[in-house]
Design a protein around this ligand. Structure first.
Ligand code: PLP
Length: 338
């Protein structure tokens, strides 16, 4: 810790001596790179202050915030799956804050805020699913999958990508969804069968769908809104809401406990929950459902009311014990045999 503190002091002195101003806010961003960049531009234009925004996968952000607990370098964690934010909250790594727009939030976002003890606010929601490359499927003369169970068919051996749930919030949502759909032991039997078809577990959750879009793999497991974005970019994806039902995420924003730029962090959170801030999603090609009732819905956003959805238990799957236990079991029984 002394090392980090000494380094921060030296860095500040160096910046002062070069005349380069330190950013007024440091944000780690859990959504798509395009949205991270659009949000940085929009917030800087609004505030007149330069900020630093770095994209990371959700589990990696949690690990960074844990590691820096004694001397945080991050002020705001914006985006990424909410159960991981809840876990950080229950480890006392987040600063409670009542955002200006909280009363305009849709009921699922208000419930999420209450569940977090006022430490994390919901910024968007989106359903999990998978998508396949229609051109490649036709070329390979393979059947079209429509259910989770179809993905274990030997026809898809080595032709599916999914994220690694240790680093990817998308992939942890997949793991937790399967446990809620099938029960834990059955879910692990399913994952073992699926594992035989998994070409690789990617560190980031959106990599599988980008690979399927480009025909580098046949099927990618991902959030459906990520697949819509790729499809809108012209890639031949067919998006599937699995027949058994599926889970969903609430993406969140939180202020890190001990944030150095706390007032700017609060202004950023207010912006992230405003219709203007949420509009940066659709403007950068994203298709999540925004949490502010006054925000406009991206035109191509999947209609989550039409999808068979599990009653996702954020409290259980956002608890440190449950998340760590499931990840240990995944590593021991599934990843170790891939
Ligand atoms: N990209 C989008 C569009 C998302 O909605 C989310 C989840 O909040 C992520 C990425 C999460 O990324 P990862 O699975 O790499 O943690």
């Amino acid at each position: 810790m002394r090392g980090i503190t000494a380094f921060s002091v030296l860095a500040a002195l160096w910046l002062a001596s070069t005349g380069i101003a330190a950013p007024s806010l440091t944000v780690v961003c859990g959504v798509d790179e395009m949205w991270c960049a659009a949000m940085k531009t929009a917030y800087e234009a609004k505030s007149g202050h330069e900020i630093s925004v770095t994209r990371k996968s959700t589990g990696d952000i949690l690990n960074q915030i844990r590691a820096e607990k004694a001397a945080p370098t991050v002020d705001v964690w914006w985006g990424g799956t909410g159960d991981t934010h809840l876990q950080a909250g229950s480890e006392n790594l987040l600063e409670p804050y009542q955002p200006a727009h909280e009363r305009d939030m849709l009921p699922w976002a208000q419930n999420f805020f209450a569940m977090s003890g006022g430490r994390s606010a919901g910024i968007y929601a989106g359903a999990l699913g998978f998508a396949y490359n229609a051109d490649l499927l036709r070329e390979l003369k393979l059947p079209a999958p429509t259910c989770w169970m179809d993905l274990t068919d030997t026809a898809y051996r080595g032709r599916i990508q999914s994220g690694n749930p240790n680093s990817s919030g998308t992939a942890f949502t997949t793991l937790a969804t399967l446990v809620q759909l099938f029960g834990e032991d059955e879910a692990f039997r399913y994952l073992a069968a699926l594992n035989r078809n998994i070409e690789r577990y990617t560190p980031s959750g959106s990599a599988p769908i980008k690979a399927a879009a480009r025909g580098e793999t046949l099927i990618g497991i991902s959030f459906m809104h990520d697949a819509v974005t790729q499809k809108q970019a012209g890639f031949p994806l067919v998006i599937v809401a699995p027949c058994e039902g599926t889970g969903y995420e609430i993406g969140a924003v939180s202020i890190v406990k001990g944030a150095k730029n706390i007032e700017e962090a609060k202004r950023f959170v207010d912006f992230a929950l405003s219709p203007e801030g949420q509009g940066t999603g659709a403007a950068s090609g994203q298709n999540q459902v925004p949490s502010n009732a006054k925000s406009s819905l991206p035109l191509a956003a999947p209609d989550i009311s039409m999808i068979k959805m599990v009653d996702y238990d954020f409290a259980t799957f956002g608890s440190p014990e449950e998340r760590s236990r499931l990840l240990r079991r995944f590593d021991a029984e599934i990843a170790a045999t891939n």
